[in-house]
Design a protein around this ligand. Structure first.
Ligand SMILES: [Zn+2]
Length: 483
């Protein structure tokens, strides 16, 4: 499988280079392209298509000779030469008979690899994504089998006994895997993606389940809702006064020390040496373990939240902005202390607690349960009194919250979660339900958050929306492979 990854990566890079070269050598800036003329013209910067001469459809050039053969995609794009994807697809088939390395890889996996590059190309020109980059080994760790190719002898019973099962892949043979999750009896197994992780090989199974997701219940009809306040000391504070602790998987003292020591061992080894590589693997394994623990804890927390009420109200946090660096302070050309060294620890904690990962898990579980998730403007949620809506910085002292105005006393985080819940409340929010066309398949409730005594919110009406988007029900399973 490691050999496959190397071959597939080289295949991808080769195809990408060929397309770039083909484009550079075949196009000029005029409407009429001058064939075989080398030009510096490239519309990669401007993303402008000149007629049909865009990198998506340009021909592949071999030693200055353009392929004149028409392909099935040529007609579609109105070309007088072969379409790049078709030429490369054909070339890939030839490569399998020419090279032993290519012949070992399953042809559908190879073609799928090419199709992925095609998607990346389309993504750049049609959906304004980044330009496909050349991949190095550390950035190319998976390959995918087409539906029906990976044959799993799955334990489809619902009893939770864990066991080993077998899987057969064409070109790789039969191997054992740890059957960590039961696959439903009526599930249709689609693609199987094999992924190399720091501690072994995993496969991700795409399932097509016959039943569809339940409809997300209407905001008007729900009878209960829970507000959640996320933080660093307490991962989640709920409106009912309960908490989910944050075990700080990567930033606790013990793990920090362990990471520091293991990273130092890497840094002290000779660059490019085998020993450095080995030490690097040990660090990567620790990072993987931390991530696994965090994921497990987040699923636990998300399950708890979603099980509490019929709707979930959360903050619309801008995590990226929270993690931004402090602005540099300059005096007479010299850089002064700007507090970045103190902020670094906080940024690290924010990365470790991973609210984004938690929110996406909550969104998924809520979607499965048909519960709406609302997000509200997080401004001053920790300073606002949930009883009288007085906002003051001095209301809060650490974990204690004492309202200056009405004397309301509460735990600061619980208090914040109640404010969050109230902001989504029907009484205080003017609602504007926009009906979207049925085919967009998106449930969006636009709410104008003119919450509370809104002196701060005026002019900045942030809209909050239902988070989960309705999609076709596909579920990913991760199962670990053993050689
Ligand atoms: Zn108050």
């Amino acid at each position: 499988m490691s050999e496959w990854l190397i071959t597939l990566r080289k295949h991808r890079n080769y195809c990408l280079a060929e397309r770039q070269r083909g484009f550079e050598t075949n196009n000029s800036n005029s409407d009429e392209p001058v064939m075989y003329q080398y030009g510096a013209f490239s519309d990669l910067g401007t993303r402008i298509e000149y007629g049909s001469y865009c990198p998506l459809t340009c021909p592949i050039v071999k030693h200055g000779v353009m392929s004149a053969e028409l392909t099935k995609n040529s007609k579609k794009h109105g070309l007088t030469w072969g379409h790049a994807a078709d030429i490369q697809s054909k070339r890939t088939t030839e490569l399998r008979s020419e090279s032993e390395w290519y012949s070992r890889v399953n042809s559908d996996v190879l073609q799928g690899n090419l199709a992925k590059l095609d998607i990346a190309y389309n993504g750049f020109f049609q959906h304004k994504r980044g330009f496909p980059a050349f991949r190095k080994a550390s950035n190319f760790k998976s390959f995918q089998f087409k539906p029906g190719q990976g044959k799993l002898t799955v334990n489809r019973s619902s009893n939770k006994k864990r066991c080993y099962s077998h899987v057969y892949f064409p070109g790789l043979g039969d191997m054992r895997y740890f059957d960590s999750r039961a696959i439903p009896i009526d599930a249709d197994i689609r693609t199987v993606t094999v992924i190399k992780e720091a501690d072994g090989w995993y496969m991700s199974v795409l399932l097509n389940l016959p039943e569809s997701l339940p409809d997300v219940s209407d905001i008007e009809t729900i009878s209960s809702a829970v507000g959640i306040d996320v933080g660093i000391n307490k991962l989640i504070s709920l409106t009912d006064g309960s908490f989910v602790e944050n075990p700080k998987f990567a930033t606790n003292k013990k793990t920090r020390r362990q990471l520091r020591i293991r990273q130092r061992r890497v840094n002290r080894k000779v660059k490019g040496s085998k020993n450095r590589k080995k030490a690097g693997i040990i660090v990567a394994k620790l990072h993987k373990k931390i991530a696994d623990k965090r994921n497990d804890h987040q699923w636990f927390a998300a399950n708890k939240v979603v099980g509490t009420a019929a709707a979930i109200v959360q903050e619309d946090l801008n995590i990226k902005a929270m993690k931004s660096r402090c602005k540099p302070k300059r005096q007479k050309g010299r850089f002064m202390a700007n507090g970045q060294s103190a902020k670094r620890g906080l940024n690290r904690s924010i990365s470790d607690v991973s609210w984004g990962g938690l929110f996406s898990k909550i969104a998924w579980l809520a979607l499965k349960a048909g519960k709406p998730v609302l997000s509200i403007n997080p401004k001053f949620t920790s300073q606002e009194c949930s009883a009288c809506h007085n906002v003051s910085k001095t209301n809060r002292d650490g974990e204690k919250f004492i309202c200056e105005n009405c004397g309301h006393i509460d735990h600061a985080d619980t208090q914040a979660s109640r404010t969050i819940l109230r902001r989504a409340n029907l009484k205080f929010v003017t609602k504007d339900v926009k009906k979207l066309p049925a085919d967009c398949g998106k449930v969006t409730l636009v709410r104008h958050d003119s919450a509370s005594n809104g002196k701060q919110d005026q002019g900045k009406n942030r809209t909050s929306k239902v988070i989960p988007e309705k999609r076709i029900l596909f579920e990913q399973l991760s199962l670990q492979l053993f050689n």
